[in-house]
Design a protein around this ligand. Structure first.
Ligand SMILES: Cc1cc2nc3c(=O)[nH]c(=O)nc-3n(C[C@H](O)[C@H](O)[C@H](O)COP(=O)(O)OP(=O)(O)OC[C@H]3O[C@@H](n4cnc5c(N)ncnc54)[C@H](O)[C@@H]3O)c2cc1C
Length: 427
């Protein structure tokens, strides 16, 4: 087991920390870049790997890639990726701003492989994090322990490890093999016998739920699948160009400066721009599929709206769901073999962050405009959080829309901190 050191350590090599890596690589300080290390738990980079179906599309323009809004001349742009792979012509001919997710995922892997100074360690799952203190009790940095037992110390830590899955309490009593959250869909469904006559239920009415519904229908030809939706029916994302202006990186300043109750109201009003809805072309595709299924199919797929799961249990190897019809209040039993949860992500800080900030003695997590956790004036080490600051930085915080600018903001602070430390050292 090795005891290692880095200047900046970033947990996760998803879009957020890759955007930061690109910004650091291009910031002009070779030393800062060479002292930056990303940790990725997987053996490679994939964007939302467990919902990476071949037909799934990005909902955000490719121009909002990891770098273009920060620096359109950056070599890490999506357009340069296409150019380097000799497919710029073909992509342009598609006439779309919304690439397939696999193509954006390949782009992320290409960015990672194109880094020359910032390093990435793969198969490196961070399992524990600790604050480090000097003899006077001043916080000086952090220690991260990996699954293989290695430890890495750093002064500045960035957590960009995504959010925790939300599993509603009603499903807590079901055994693990009967329930699959969308965050584990492809890995888990790969183990299911394709020919088995499975009765699957998808819970949820947003994009992830709909994608699992379509994937089960298409890939398990002898299965039936029922989608349970609590709302009045599947809905399109709100795609108004006027409202979309609130996804501009410049809106982060306005949002951050607004009073907390105003921010909560705006988030609530923007809910249908990102959550609880489907991309309009996909919603139409789904509706056509259900029409065909009803007219000439075998009744393998159906959507039940205004339906709430009020209890779940197992009986003789089957899952029994109690479903309440919101129109009548009547509760009926629905028997199935597998429950697929498209129930989204926990809106709280991820467990990894909560555990670390508790250890650092923080009763609550307060994050500055530049995404740095407030640790008190004397702290020497800094902690930055990516993708979990929706409440203070706006609904785009978990999306790729603001990544390039956020990377610039965090990188700017890291560079200042690095330069100040180097100056102190040379005095
Ligand atoms: C199905 C789906 C589709 C989406 N589509 C879009 C879209 O079209 N447009 C958009 O803007 N947003 C979309 N999003 C939102 C998504 O959150 C962002 O696009 C983006 O993935 C966020 O990047 P991230 O780096 O913050 O987190 P993630 O993409 O979740 O990446 C986190 C990385 O950290 C790694 N990791 C986690 N824990 C550890 C650990 N303990 N140790 C080491 N590594 C770890 C993970 O393996 C992963 O590689 C989608 C989300 C989902 C679920």
């Amino acid at each position: 087991m090795a005891d290692l050191e880095a200047g900046v350590l970033a947990i996760g090599a998803g879009p957020a920390n890759l955007a930061l890596a690109a910004a650091i690589e291009e910031c002009g300080s070779t030393e800062l870049a060479e002292r930056t290390l990303l940790l990725e738990q997987a053996p490679d980079i994939k964007w939302q790997r467990d919902l990476l179906m071949p037909w799934a599309r990005s909902q955000v323009s490719f121009l909002k890639d990891l770098v273009t809004l920060r620096d359109p001349r950056s070599r890490f742009s999506f357009l340069n990726f296409l150019h380097q792979h000799g497919r710029l012509d073909q992509f342009i001919n598609l006439g779309t701003f919304h690439p397939h997710r696999w193509e954006f995922s390949d782009y992320l892997q290409w960015v990672a492989a194109s880094l020359e100074k910032v390093r990435i360690r793969y198969d490196a799952r961070a399992t524990a994090t600790e604050p480090l203190y000097d003899a006077g009790g001043r916080l000086t940095g952090w220690q991260v322990t990996l699954a293989d037992g290695d430890t890495i110390r750093c002064r500045d830590l960035v957590i960009g490890a995504g959010r925790d899955a939300n599993v509603p309490a009603v499903f807590a009593g079901l055994s693990a093999e009967k329930v699959i959250h969308s965050a584990r869909f492809r890995s888990r469904i790969a183990a299911v016998d394709k020919e088995a006559p499975l009765r699957a239920v998808v819970v949820g009415g947003a994009q992830s739920a709909a994608e699992m519904f379509m994937a089960v229908y298409e890939n398990l030809p002898n299965s039936s699948v029922t989608m349970l939706v609590r709302s009045i029916g599947l809905q399109n994302y709100q795609t108004s160009k006027f409202v979309n202006e609130l996804f501009y990186p410049s809106f982060v300043d306005e949002f951050f400066d607004a009073p907390a109750e105003m921010r909560a109201q705006v988030l609530d009003e923007m809910r249908l721009t990102n959550y609880a809805g489907l991309a309009p072309p996909f919603l139409d595709e789904l509706y056509l599929m259900l029409y065909r299924e009803k007219m000439i199919g075998t009744g393998r797929a159906e959507v039940q709206a205004m339906t709430e799961v009020v209890a779940a249990r197992e009986e003789d190897g089957e899952v029994v769901l109690d479903l309440r019809d919101r129109r009548t209040g009547k509760v009926t039993e629905h028997r199935c073999d597998l429950v697929l949860l498209g129930t989204g992500y926990d809106s709280r800080m991820p467990a990894l962050v909560r555990e670390l900030t508790e250890k650092a003695g923080l009763p609550e997590v307060t994050v500055s405009r530049n995404y740095r956790v407030e640790l008190g004036e004397t702290a020497g080490g800094a902690l930055y959080l990516q993708g979990v600051n929706e409440a203070t930085h706006g609904i785009a915080d978990s999306l790729i829309s603001v990544l390039a600018h956020r990377a610039r903001d965090i990188c700017g602070e890291l560079l200042d901190r690095h330069t100040a430390l180097a100056d102190r050292g040379s005095r």
